[in-house]
Design a protein around this ligand. Structure first.
Ligand SMILES: Nc1ncnc2c1ncn2[C@@H]1O[C@H](COP(=O)(O)OP(=O)(O)OP(=O)(O)O)[C@@H](O)[C@H]1O
Length: 725
């Protein structure tokens, strides 16, 4: 390979850039790319700024550029531009696993090089904005909230028959009121036939009673159904939440929170009167038919109102859709901010950073208020328009009725009956428009719930799970690559790594080098993007997760305690006997916490572990790990919050409980304090294992290598590039 070129020496070429756009499915012409590149060139900006300007010039939205060294680049993100031999090439995956095809552009010279040759090269890649998660999973068969609701609704169809029968009768009874008016005006008033009036009144009382009973029964059936739907949906969503693939979990608490809260508005929808309104809506057509029987052409007035009102509802829905979406996104941001502020209250106070969060809060609240005002205005217009339409319909019906009376086609009683029936058309139609509007926000909530349900689970429900051997002889990582989210950086890049029975491994390396990530991948918490983690001879991701957790125990760097008591936190899994729990607690000194407060082991722990110090929390977590008696111990900085004496005691307790054939992998920034128990040391750098050997061999080498070194040319360029983003 020739000398590494600098960013300035090698200019982007229109051919390479155009080919990249084409390969990404971005339809821009070669001429447009050339013009945009020339314009960006004139500005003499840093490369990433140039890309920004070019994308802007070409009106390409939702795409952004990034720059990184090839050795850290995740090759699944190809095609990208790669700087090699003094120029930028379009790089695609070659036919062989480690070959890369470099092209100068469409129809221009190309060559295949090995990935090794590009190690020091720079990569310029374009990233699309994250696709909609549902779109992403549209081929996958996940249970959508709508499907779950429908299956819950139609599991027992008897209710449907009952509700339908009750609804038909309730609406038929409504006709009786108009018939009553018809009889009174046409028969009773002209002759003052009081006995007929009395009979009619008695009949009406019976009808009112029946109507009241049927409405009560119908509400009860629907309420219990709503409770059932809510139960099933909540259960499914919570189950999904508990079994989500941790590496796929959304980073935003606000979003996750809103997704789960979406259930609330679905429940409200089912338990409110909206459902009655919706099932009554089709009966408006029946009333129009009755008006036609009694008043002839008067019915046309209402027949015209019906589609107009529905059209109004649909238009309102369309106008509200984007608004409600934006509102939900903003409100998620607000939730996320709130959670962040509550969690970080001490840091905010200590850094006097409250103003920054207040500003953000104010901004979000202002835009939320703006959306709400806009939404209200749209709903208001729709309500007012439906109201006006209804009044116009009523007046028109009366006017048409007058002409019908004059023509001898309608009696006075008939006109009154038509007005009453008209009310039965107008009311559900006017409400129907409001229901359509409300449905819009329920539908958005259902989409939020669906987005949660579409997230990958740690194991597919249909997967046939294996059960491993009772003794785990080894844990290995084979060609494992791991990437957080859609980042182009490989956060873990391991060719082959095996831990055998009896291994006591210290995992060391600078901050952010991937120690925790490796432990999480080995524990089966994160699934590798490529390659396999094996427990013995079996792929960890093929094994029943219960089997995995019974053999592999992971102690996280950030210990989390749950709301409850000290005891409930020590025996989180519920499978540890009190004697065992107390014994380990006293070995570690956790019992001292219990003894120093009047509630003992029943000491209250608040949400997030408030009530214990950082070191005490770490001891509780260690106690949990020890009592699970794992075969594979994966400990992430287990003594980081402890004082020297306690740390010494912890190592003694661990040595006592770790069986000779167990595997121990401990990440630590203080390797010397744990060196006495280790028989192997792994050094990590930028996601790779750079050294692996006995402590006696690795530690002296590490000592000799601690002199600070000047950054390489590529590192400097990357830093410049990222600063420019
Ligand atoms: N949830 C995450 N999302 C995106 N990137 C992450 C996430 N967690 C870690 N990373 C990135 O992965 C890299 C490795 O992180 P990791 O936590 O494994 O490092 P580490 O060696 O354990 O560091 P430390 O010694 O500080 O604990 C870091 O560059 C970090 O920025």
């Amino acid at each position: 390979m020739s000398d590494k070129p600098t960013e300035q020496e090698s200019r982007l070429t229109s051919a390479a850039l155009h080919s990249l756009f084409k390969n990404m499915g971005l339809g821009v012409s070669f001429g447009d790319v050339s013009v945009a590149l020339e314009r960006a060139d004139v500005l003499a900006l840093p490369l990433l700024e140039q890309i920004k300007a070019i994308l802007h010039g070409l009106n390409i939205k939702g795409v952004k550029g990034g720059m990184i060294a090839w050795r850290r680049f995740d090759r699944r993100q190809l095609p990208a531009l790669v700087q090699y031999d003094g120029q930028w090439w379009l790089a695609k995956n070659g036919e062989q696993a480690d070959s890369v095809l470099l092209e100068q552009g469409e129809g221009l010279p190309a060559q295949a090089v090995s990935s090794e040759e590009l190690v020091e090269s720079l990569v310029l890649w374009l990233q699309r904005a994250k696709p909609n998660h549902l779109e992403d999973n549209k081929d996958q068969d996940f249970p959508t909230a709508r499907k779950l609701i429908l299956s819950a609704l139609f599991q027992d169809k008897l209710w449907l028959g009952n509700v339908l029968a009750a609804t038909v009768v309730i609406n038929l009874l409504a006709i009786a009121t108009s018939l009553f008016a018809l009889q009174v005006y046409d028969r009773v008033v002209p002759t003052l036939a009081y006995s007929t009036l009395a009979t009619l009144v008695v009949g009406m009382l019976g009808i009112v009673l029946l109507d009241w009973m049927l409405k009560g029964i119908r509400a009860k059936v629907l309420d219990s159904l709503a409770a059932d739907v809510d139960m099933r949906l909540s259960k499914q969503v919570f189950h999904h939440l508990l079994h989500l693939r941790l590496d796929k979990q959304p980073n935003s608490f606000g979003t996750l929170n809103a997704q789960v809260n979406g259930l609330e508005s679905v429940r409200q929808f089912f338990t409110s009167g909206i459902v009655f309104g919706l099932i009554d809506l089709p009966f408006a057509l029946m009333f129009i038919a009755f008006i036609a029987v009694i008043g002839g052409v008067v019915s046309w007035v209402y027949a015209l109102l019906f589609p107009l009102a529905i059209l109004l509802g649909v238009v309102t829905q369309i106008r509200l859709r984007t608004l409600i979406k934006k509102q939900i996104l903003r409100s998620n941001e607000r939730q996320g901010l709130l959670i962040d502020v509550i969690r970080g209250a001490e840091t905010i106070r200590a850094n006097n950073a409250g103003w920054r969060f207040s500003n953000e809060w104010e901004q979000i609240t202002r835009s939320l208020a703006g959306y709400q005002v806009h939404q209200k205005a749209i709903s208001q217009i729709s309500t007012a328009t439906t109201g006006s339409l209804s009044t116009i319909a009523y007046v028109s019906a009366v006017v048409v009725g007058v002409f019908q009376i004059e023509a001898g086609n309608l009696t006075m009683g008939g006109m009154i009956a038509c007005s009453i029936l008209g009310g039965r058309v107008i009311n559900p139609v006017a409400q129907g428009v409001q229901y359509l509007v409300q449905w819009q926000s329920v539908s958005q909530s259902l989409t939020m719930v669906d987005q949660l349900l579409a997230l990958d689970l740690e194991r597919k429900p249909s997967q046939h799970l294996l059960v491993g051997e009772q003794t785990i002889g080894s844990v290995s990582a084979e060609q494992v690559r791991f990437v957080y989210g859609d980042s182009p950086v490989k956060h873990l890049d391991i060719e082959q790594l095996t831990f055998n029975a009896g291994d006591r491994v210290l995992l060391v390396g600078p901050i952010g080098c991937g120690k925790s990530t490796l432990l999480k991948v080995l524990a089966g918490l994160y699934r590798p993007s490529e390659g396999r983690i094996k427990l013995g001879a079996l792929d960890l991701w093929e094994i029943d997760p219960q089997f995995v957790t019974s053999h592999v125990s992971y102690l996280p760097q950030n210990v989390h305690l749950f709301k409850g008591t000290l005891k409930s936190n020590l025996t989180l899994s519920g499978t540890v006997s009190d004697t065992e729990m107390m014994q380990v607690a006293s070995e570690l000194g956790v019992d001292v916490i219990a003894q120093s407060n009047p509630k003992g082991m029943e000491l209250d722990i608040a949400e997030g572990g408030e009530g214990l110090s950082g070191g005490q929390r770490q001891l509780v977590a260690l106690s949990r790990t020890i009592t699970t008696k794992p075969t594979v111990w994966l400990l992430d900085e287990p003594t980081a919050s402890l004082d020297a004496d306690t740390e010494k005691r912890v190592w003694e307790v661990l040595e006592k409980h770790i069986k000779p054939d167990d595997i121990l992998v401990v990440s630590t920034h203080r390797p010397m304090l744990a060196a006495h128990i280790a028989n192997r040391v792994l050094v990590m750098q930028q996601g790779k294992v750079t050294r692996d050997g006995a402590p006696a061999a690795v530690f002296p080498a590490m000592m000799n290598n601690t002199k600070p070194t000047a950054p390489t040319a590529t590192q400097t360029r990357i830093k410049r590039g990222f600063n420019a983003i």
